[in-house]
Design a protein. Structure first.
Length: 537
């Protein structure tokens, strides 16, 4: 790996307290060089586990840099009614909004997120992408107990790394409703220059439309992919296994039929084939479809920072503004060497920041379902001229289209070169017949989360090889850490792994606790493509 220059504000001592991850996304044939001298890790490792309540977790939290400022935000999870794509639906959400409110703090602040559960089921709140203390991670049954109906829970932690993040439950398929929202950690020494900011949350939606629910959809998939519904994954029980393949050995490529009831969807080279498992009646940007699109008003010539979050359950999006160049500045909250593109493909859980120069006319920001049919758009209103409409917006985004994993980490956040101490290989497995997904052939079960855990020790340089043995792509996410993609690739917490591909990611074990790694396809995770990365003494 290449030598990394650390942020001068981060000392060696405080680095342990800050979350430092590193990863490398490479094909299998290229993924061996950095593991020389690395010991192959066993599935369980040795030593007692460092649990979320362990004193080591508090010790690391105490070492994190602090601004001395405290910020409190409240989220109330409750049923509410809203309009989606012109249809009245009943769903669950935070603070009666779709998406939930923007939570905001500055790096170094102590953030308290007060969670009130007014649902009829247990829930939690996971702060996606943050390197935070383990007992604030929001994984019900692993890092803390679920918040039961009628009760509240407060997660308090220091925010160490500025960037674009988001929040959602980690219980069953709850985030397939309106239970999600943006989390922005501002940089007190922000280096970017811009005039305005536009936060954009992308989503695919089916809840409450034509009687569909995420649980019904899951049940249909588990029944053998014979329809397009899905049901069943209740609250805490459902972390079993899913593998998005179009049938390993069953002949087919990607999800046929089920994913795309309205006709064949185009294969995506960015996903290695089919786009997903579920056909959605609506695609949204900030809770709005093309029926009533989001409008952002700016002046021609202004510099606008886009913060784009893919909160979808089963859909990657190709995002861009026809005729407007995106300058990509961050992936998953971490800075990259600025790169220009016409559009970028984002898997579920991924985020990018980009700068644009506002044109002299109104233009659409497009979010196209990659490898599927369907899209959403928002309007950047500037200058004179007619605003885009559903009938006038382009149906494609071409030109320089990139994956977020193909960017290059800013030198200030690249990992320093060192020997890999432990390597774990996570085979992504499963099949479409029973819609069972897993890691190394095992469906995850929260009742026994450590059965196939991957043991690591504080201070180690860790390599995870995500080897996709299925014919579906998987956006793999690691909690509590950020990894680096390639020796100089981007710092990320979520990365797309294409069919029959190995992606090797590296991180420094500096945030003790018990951390999930899983596919961020909601239905794959619910059916078992999860495992625990377990700190041991």
């Amino acid at each position: 790996m290449e030598k990394q220059r650390l942020d001068p504000r981060v000392t060696r001592r405080s680095l342990l307290a800050l979350t430092v991850g590193a990863g490398t996304t490479i094909l299998a044939a290229c993924s061996t060089g950095d593991s020389q001298g690395a010991a192959a890790g066993s599935a369980t490792g040795s030593g007692s586990r460092v649990l979320a309540t362990d004193s080591l977790v508090q010790q690391v939290e105490d070492k994190r840099a602090s601004s001395g400022r405290r910020v409190t935000a409240a989220l109330t999870a409750a049923p509410f009614g809203t309009s989606v794509a012109g249809r009245a639906v009943q769903t669950w959400g935070y603070n009666g909004r779709l998406p939930g409110p923007v939570l905001r703090a500055r790096a170094g602040d102590t953030l308290s997120v007060v969670q009130h559960n007014r649902l009829t089921a247990p829930t939690s709140v996971h702060l996606h992408g943050l390197a935070l203390r383990n007992n604030a991670d929001g994984v019900a049954g692993l890092t803390q107990a679920a918040t039961t109906p009628g009760s509240s829970f407060t997660a308090t932690f220091k925010t160490s790394q500025p960037g674009t993040y988001w929040y959602h439950p980690h219980v069953g398929l709850q985030r397939e409703r309106a239970l999600y929202g943006p989390l922005i950690i501002d940089d007190p020494n922000e280096p970017l220059k811009y005039d305005a900011e536009w936060v954009l949350v992308l989503d695919d939606w089916l809840d409450g439309i034509d009687g569909r629910t995420p649980e019904k959809e899951a049940a249909t998939l588990a029944g053998g992919m014979s329809g397009s519904g899905m049901s069943g994954m209740s609250g805490m029980s459902g972390m079993s296994g899913m593998s998005g393949m179009s049938g390993m050995g069953a002949g087919g490529s990607g999800m046929s039929g089920m994913s795309h009831k309205n006709g064949a969807a185009p294969a995506s080279p960015f996903l290695g084939g089919d786009g997903g498992d579920v056909s959605y009646p609506a695609h949204l940007i900030n809770g709005k479809s093309g029926v009533d699109p989001e409008v952002f008003t700016a002046k021609p010539g202004q510099r606008v920072r886009l913060r784009i979050i893919n909160a979808a359950g089963d859909t990657a999006y190709r995002v861009g503004i026809p005729g407007v160049t995106l300058t990509i500045t961050h992936t998953d909250g971490y800075p990259v060497t600025h790169r220009q593109a016409d559009a970028v493909v984002l898997g579920m859980g991924e985020r990018i920041d980009a700068l644009i120069t506002v044109p002299t006319r109104p233009v659409p920001l497009l979010s196209l379902a990659e490898g599927k049919t369907g899209s959403a758009f928002a309007i950047l209103a500037a200058g004179s001229g007619a605003r885009p409409s559903m009938s006038s917006v382009p149906k494609t985004l071409t030109g320089q289209v990139i994956e977020s994993r193909s960017t290059t980490a800013d030198p200030a956040v690249q990992l320093p070169s060192r020997t890999v101490d432990v390597t774990h290989t996570l085979h992504l497995t499963g099949g479409m017949g029973r819609y069972d997904w897993g890691i190394n052939g095992r469906r995850f079960d929260m009742r026994d989360p450590y059965k196939s855990a991957f043991g690591i020790h504080a201070g180690e340089r860790v390599r995870l090889n995500f080897t996709n043995n299925t014919m579906m792509w998987h956006p793999m996410h690691l909690h509590g850490h950020t990894f680096q993609v390639g020796s100089t690739g981007p710092r990320k917490d979520t990365v797309i792994v294409k069919p029959m591909e190995t992606v090797s990611v590296f991180f420094d074990a500096d945030n003790p606790g018990q951390w999930l790694t899983h596919c961020h396809n909601a239905y794959h995770a619910e059916r078992g493509m999860m495992a625990v990365v377990s700190y041991l003494r």
